[in-house]
Design a protein around this ligand. Structure first.
Ligand SMILES: [Zn+2]
Length: 412
């Protein structure tokens, strides 16, 4: 139950105030009070806008631009709101980040609403100080000058979503500025024997190949560079936030450390990077052009060994159709599943299309073969010339066995 009361605001403009409730007299007084102390909504917005512009000028931020006047005004007000969010929340937020070091996660998660634990832990993985985070925010404020961008950010007024949004910029910055220890020390102690450069060197410094995770991973260290990152991505390498390194796990499917070092190292050389290897043998492999390319087509097995799993390793309709033509083949998430008893068909498929069986698949097939070997073999005669009873057939078999034993004894 509400209604509009019309009146004149302090700015001199006439407008409506919406009042809600039952006591008409009190509400009218309340409305009159507001008419005497407030400017109209339009002037209020202009005041906010002007304050936002003044604040932006004080911070030396660029004025927002947009062809649409309304968008420009609203975008500026929203940007100002986010600056206020940062100013009011940054210190308590950063205190929570620091606390996150010393508390266990669950206890912290319970106390740190609205800064959820996931957001905090991501921040402390970055290891940035508050002034560094502030610098990133300022950079973002300078980068986005289209008011339309900030209009879209109106949902960021929630503190947690604001920090999640800012995190992505901080993470980019951290990756950009991160210089691996080995690159820092490069000047002093470069192991020249393991360092090679391409004929046309285009990039500064060198990519350093390292062994990580006790040899179960190959890592590539270099400063932030788009060409470097694109080589990493096209070779299935991933960025490890904890280790701060691009890496590829070394396992059965990815092949040996040396093969991958030669393989990815040669691609980096082609892109104009100097590369430091971990072993002279890898350089020899590159010079002779001989290393095992990464096997992408695989046959694996389900953990219980009941099914074989064909991984195509690429989007290829022909491969898919061939795999699907195997008896009972079924597409599951990322692979084609076949009962292990059809392994003969899978073997034919694999040998004609250069698929490899991983250890799990080999084990599953060996087990299936054992099962089949345990089944007695029936020697089928070419032609049935007379009918005999089951009893007669068994007696004949027993007789032949005895014969065989007698033959064996004769040999001794
Ligand atoms: Zn007004």
């Amino acid at each position: 139950m509400g209604k509009y009361v019309t009146g004149k605001f302090t700015c001199g403009h006439t407008g409506d105030i919406y009042i809600n409730g039952w006591n008409a007299k009190e509400l009218r007084e309340y409305a009159q009070e507001r008419f005497h102390t407030e400017v109209c909504p339009c002037c209020k917005k202009n005041e906010k806008y002007e304050a936002a512009v003044r604040h932006a000028q004080a911070l030396k931020l660029p004025d927002l631009v947009n062809d649409d006047e309304e968008t420009r005004v609203n975008g500026t007000i929203i940007r100002e709101k986010l600056i206020a969010t940062f100013i009011h929340e940054a210190k308590p937020f950063y205190r929570k980040v620091r606390e996150a070091y010393s508390y266990n996660g669950d206890a912290l998660a319970a106390t740190c609403w609205p800064f959820c634990y996931a957001t905090l832990s991501r921040y402390f993985n970055l290891g940035m100080t508050l002034p560094e985070i502030e610098a990133v925010f300022l950079e973002v404020l300078h980068r986005y000058v289209d008011a339309g961008y900030w209009i879209k950010m109106s949902r960021m007024v929630n503190a947690n979503s604001f920090w999640t949004w800012l995190y992505n910029f901080c993470a980019d910055k951290a990756a950009e500025e991160y210089v691996p220890e080995s690159v820092k020390e490069e000047e002093e102690e470069k192991t020249i024997e393991l360092l090679v450069r391409p004929e046309d060197i285009e990039k500064d410094g060198s990519v350093v190949i390292v062994s990580i995770r006790d040899g179960r991973g190959i890592g590539f260290k270099y400063e932030y560079d788009n060409d470097f990152i694109s080589v990493m991505k096209t070779n299935d390498c991933k960025w490890s936030t904890e280790e701060r390194i691009w890496y590829l796990p070394i396992n059965e499917r990815n092949g040996s450390f040396d093969d991958r070092a030669a393989d990815i190292g040669s691609k980096l050389l082609k892109k104009g990077f100097a590369v430091e290897f971990t072993d002279a043998g890898q350089i020899a492999m590159i010079e002779s052009g001989e290393w095992n390319p990464k096997q992408k087509r695989w046959v694996g097995a389900s953990p219980d060994g009941k099914y074989l799993r064909i991984t195509l390793g690429e989007r290829n309709d022909n491969l898919y159709e061939s795999a699907k033509s195997i008896t009972g083949a079924k597409w599951e998430d990322g692979y084609i599943r076949i009962l292990v008893k059809h392994y003969r068909q899978v073997e034919d498929f694999a040998s004609s299309l250069e698929f490899k069986f991983d250890q799990a698949a080999q084990n599953a097939i060996a087990k299936q073969r054992e099962k089949e070997d345990a089944i007695p073999v029936a020697k089928v005669k070419g032609k049935v010339t007379k009918t005999i009873t089951v009893k007669e057939a068994l007696e004949q078999k027993k007789y032949k066995k005895n014969d065989a034993i007698i033959e064996d004894l004769k040999d001794d």
